[in-house]
Design a protein around this ligand. Structure first.
Ligand SMILES: NC(=O)c1ccc[n+]([C@@H]2O[C@H](COP(=O)([O-])OP(=O)(O)OC[C@H]3O[C@@H](n4cnc5c(N)ncnc54)[C@H](O)[C@@H]3O)[C@@H](O)[C@H]2O)c1
Length: 385
């Protein structure tokens, strides 16, 4: 007889993230058999009954809902997993916490700091376990970067540089709003590349290199008007199509960040480079199993950039998968995040990033947008521990 405890999941939203999370829950029993909690795909919720039924059949959910309020009210659900556009996160998360459910929420936590704060308050007041899917932390090469930094391999850090480049909104014919295009509609997304892409870069950066103290930013909206796909009316575009900022970290290092959806040839080009007094590291999402490492303390005749293929069983998470030398992919970062959440549940510990930690990333995003608007430096107010 299995001594495992069921953790009954209610997922809201069956789009891109609904698929990555569903896949992750299904992989857990096979690849993390030691975990005490067993995720059960109890229900999936979205508004279109026919499509949500087809999704439930495809991914193995036991039931469906078409109103998230009904899902949240169900007694047979332990955890609500939010995979909806950003404008829906707060309402669902707060109702879920008030109903005593655990909450796993997609990033960014919300559209603004003010919208996110009641979410933090709600999960903390209810005392429910919570986490936000800043999943890039859990790509093994990125986790290895954290281990190297924490072990002092880089020494004092001077520079942190990150990019997140895409090219999918260059056409002026692309509408804004509605299914698949809510990211271009400020009322649904809250911001453009800042909340969508830079939020990831900021979360990883603060996790690796500590708090961001102040920022100076510029944003640009290259296409000023687009047809709204729901109304058919041409409307002003108010998201940031591109954003560049530089910053000071609490540890004295300097940061430089760039994100755009107008970099022709780049699809999801997330990269970072960190330069320390002894060593540097580089990582690139397009080659996600590799961590580039340069150590000045190597003997000079053999000194150079090493390309570490992060697939060995003593490297982060890799003992769970295949044999050394064989890579894993993007989807595994979600498996790792959920596995870590379940492990944290067992141990009665928080699973980072919690809502409270994700709110710190929200503060940086907001300072970036305010700085660009006012053309001045802004303090972030971040308290990173
Ligand atoms: N962690 C990551 O790397 C990552 C990547 C992509 C998206 N995201 C985040 O995930 C969230 C979802 O993005 P996506 O790309 O999956 O979007 P998507 O457009 O593919 O899917 C959104 C889903 O939400 C559903 N939905 C919308 N309103 C709803 C409502 N009122 N009730 C129930 N369902 C509703 C839609 O039907 C759709 O299934 C966003 O917050 C986004 O920022 C995170």
């Amino acid at each position: 007889m299995s001594k495992k405890k069921d953790l009954r999941i209610g997922l809201v939203g069956y789009g891109f993230m609904g698929r990555t999370h569903s896949n992750a829950y299904r992989r857990i029993p096979n690849f993390f058999p030691e975990l005490q909690y067993n995720p059960i795909l109890k229900a999936v919720c979205a508004r279109n009954e026919e499509r949500v039924t087809a999704f439930a059949e495809q991914w193995g959910y036991e039931s469906i809902e078409t109103d998230w309020r009904k899902l949240v009210a169900r007694d047979d659900i332990d955890a609500i997993d939010i995979c909806t556009p950003n404008n829906m996160h707060a309402e669902i998360a707060i109702a879920a916490a008030e109903a005593g459910k655990m909450v796993l929420c997609e990033k960014p936590l919300a559209r603004t700091v003010a919208e996110a704060q009641p979410m933090v308050d709600a999960v903390e007041k209810a005392g429910v376990p919570n986490t936000v899917y800043y999943n890039y932390r859990r790509i093994p090469a990125v986790t290895l970067a954290k281990q190297l930094i924490d072990a002092g391999k880089l020494g004092k850090i001077f520079h942190y540089r990150a990019n997140f480049l895409q090219d999918w909104t260059i056409s002026p014919e692309l509408p804004q709003g509605g299914e698949g295009l809510w990211r271009l509609d400020n009322s649904a997304a809250g911001s453009g590349v800042t909340g969508d892409l830079l939020a990831h870069c900021i979360d990883t950066a603060m996790w690796l290199n500590g708090g961001i103290k102040d920022v100076s930013a510029m944003t640009e909206t290259f296409i000023k008007e687009r047809v709204h796909s729901k109304t058919g009316v041409k409307q002003e575009v108010t998201i940031d199509d591109a954003c560049l900022f530089h910053c000071h970290f609490d540890n004295g290092s300097l940061g430089l960040f760039e994100s755009t959806r107008y970099a022709r040839g780049h699809k999801a080009h997330y990269t970072f480079e960190i330069n320390g007094e002894h060593a540097s590291i580089k990582w690139n999402l397009h080659d996600l199993s590799r961590l580039e490492y340069f150590d000045h303390r190597d003997e000079s005749i053999e000194r150079g950039w090493r390309s570490i293929h992060v697939t060995d069983e003593d490297q982060p998470y890799m003992d769970k998968w295949w044999v050394p030398g064989l890579s894993i992919g993007y989807e595994h970062s979600f498996v790792h995040q959920i596995a870590d959440f379940l492990k944290a549940l067992e141990e009665g510990k928080p699973c980072s990033p919690t809502f409270r930690e994700a709110q710190e990333t929200q503060k940086v995003c907001e300072a970036v947008l305010e700085s660009a608007k006012s053309r001045s430096w802004k303090d972030t107010g971040v308290e990173w521990k």
